[in-house]
Design a binder for this molecule. Sequence first.
Ligand code: ADP
Ligand code: MG
Length: 730
Amino acid sequence: MTSSQDLDVIAAAKNWRVTVDSSDISTNINEIFASDVFGLDAMRQRLSKPVWKSLLATIEKGAVLDPAIADIVALAMKEWATDKGATHYTHWFQPLTGSTAEKHESFVTPNAGGGAVAEFSGKDLIQGEPDASSFPSGGLRATFEARGYTAWDPTSPAFIIRHSNGATLCIPTAFASWTGESLDNKMPLLRSMEALNKQATRALELFGVKNFHKVFSTIGVEQEYFLVDEEFFFRRPDLMMCGRTLFGTKPPRGQELEDHYFGSIPDRILSYMTDAEQQLYRLGVPVKTRHNEVAPGQFEIAPIFEHCNLAADHQQILMQVFKNTARKYGMVCLLHEKPFAGVNGSGKHLNWSCATDTGINLLEPGDTPHDNMLFLFFCTAVIKAVNKHQDLLRASVATAANDHRLGANEAPPAIISIFLGDQLADVYDQLEKGRLHESKSGGLLGLGTPVLPHIPRHAGDRNRTSPFAFTGNKFEFRAVGSSQSVSFPATILNVIIAEAIDEMTTILENTIRNNGDQPENFEEILGKVLTETYCENKRIVFNGDGYTEAWEAEAEKRGLLNARTSLDAIEFIPAEKNKELFAKYEVLSERELEARHEVSLDQYFKTVNIEGETTEWVAQTMVLPAAMQYISDVSETINKIKNLGLNPVGISGTLSEMVELTNSLGTSLAHLRQMNNDLGGDSVHSKAFHVRDNVLPAMAAVRTACDAIERIISDKHYPMPSYREMLFVK
Ligand code: ADP
Ligand code: MG
């Protein structure tokens, strides 16, 4: 890059000013919230009472959808959407790529008089037929059997996505093959919710809890992300192709001063956040908190938790809005798990609990968890589930990108364990000994000066190193990657916990029956089941520092799984135990599970393959030529100095170092090229292992040489913006 171009980039980034009109920003939350959603209120206003009631029964109680009402709902939905400026509609679905897919159709329908009217029928609403052959199916469908169907999910409301020239009505749908097998992330999620509902309802009956219709999981998903100026982004082929930098030497300053975390948010970033949040409000997404994260250029947003299916859809919408809005502010939003080496990566904390539709949170311990048997039952079920299915939880977050963060002392280790906190750990100690008698309380915290109030202290501290932590009234699964769809991890949580509840409930029911149906000693029977279940599963509980080597050794002694790389974890998906689990609760058939295994391998292979080729391409066509040019310039300088009869003693060192590094770059590049060309066999399995074992190390060697060159070469010669610029110019 010539020096003038180089300066342009910085100037453009530096001189960027917010020009977006702020008059759209409303403080009237009541008025704008969910105004672009065809939710219950909008439906009630536009549907006749019987139609509304019938639809509500489907949405709230899971009743079978009455096909007779589809046309009426479709008409109301179309009128609502066109009033809002929508010209098109789309079935919005979640293929196994992890992102969302949409194919727009206009409302235009020609009429007999040669004109056209806007039409949208019940059939258009209920069913779509996208060509499925270009979506990953893991062998569930051959290309010649291209038919796929989308089916309306009435439990997640339709919404409107706006663009500069209009709007599109988006209808959340499930996506299935011609044979009815799931090709998406929504179907298994909905099925897992049903499994959880059934089993938790059975358990609640034993506890005498009545007057509710449904139990469902609730999730709240914190999203971390990076923002970079687009002037830099478009000059980084690695960021553009792979979403992460494949090169880049760490600047003298990263996150060590810890001054970015919770720091004051720069104007441009804050304007961006506010804009995105306003759009999300209109879409009914209850976003709540925003702050600077640990790494420079890193931020976080978190919503208020919601019903699992809705929250999962909202999470996809959030990612979409965040990415789209960044461009308005001259930035690019990076959702990748590790866009920059050497500073923290991004995760997506999945907070999980379950509740009845009457609002009882089943993981609410209250002030005295030791005598809250309902809470202890559900909490113990979670412990049992996580212990038994460590492999599935690890597999649910297994992607090539997440491997750069898990276990890197900034994110939870790859070993799954549960943090309970002081108070609960103590309660479980008592349970183990067979006598529950007290709950430690946090008390009040004095701050050493009379002007500050005494504040209530939680009964337990937090622990940031645990992949699965109890945090007050929910569990927080922290290993999920920032770019992932939360649907699959949430599906896993729902189904494994449903199974644990089922097994514990069955023991209880049988014991009560054997005792001649005497529910008087229910507490005693329950206490026994809880103690036994806890003792069988307590190896999964770890309240210490998960970043230490001592924990790795201890975990091994306990027989906990340590799937260091994602491929190791993916291999567990089709295990016999997992096939049985998914089949029993009708979440995934054996074929569907195997398809997921294959898609995971395939996505892993493709991701690393693209990275390998991008590394080769950038190193060969950008870094190597720059290095050679610099060598040539320095040699010329040295010759000139010599011709003047002077001694270039301080300069020749740079030259020989550059030559050595460039030679080593040439060698490692040749090796990478060879590894890229060797595809690693024919099966997706062997290809995935080939890229992990051969391409990734070859890329690392190329990067090492390039990063060393970046530290020596003149700034003007280096062909890409540096970490220093990308992370600090905002
Ligand atoms: P932290 O950063 O301390 O982990 P946040 O407040 O940023 O906490 O995020 C906590 C998340 O947990 C929020 O999205 C919140 O809505 C969610 N949450 C709170 N209660 C529940 C619950 N019962 N079920 C699911 N999620 C919950
Ligand atoms: Mg959190």
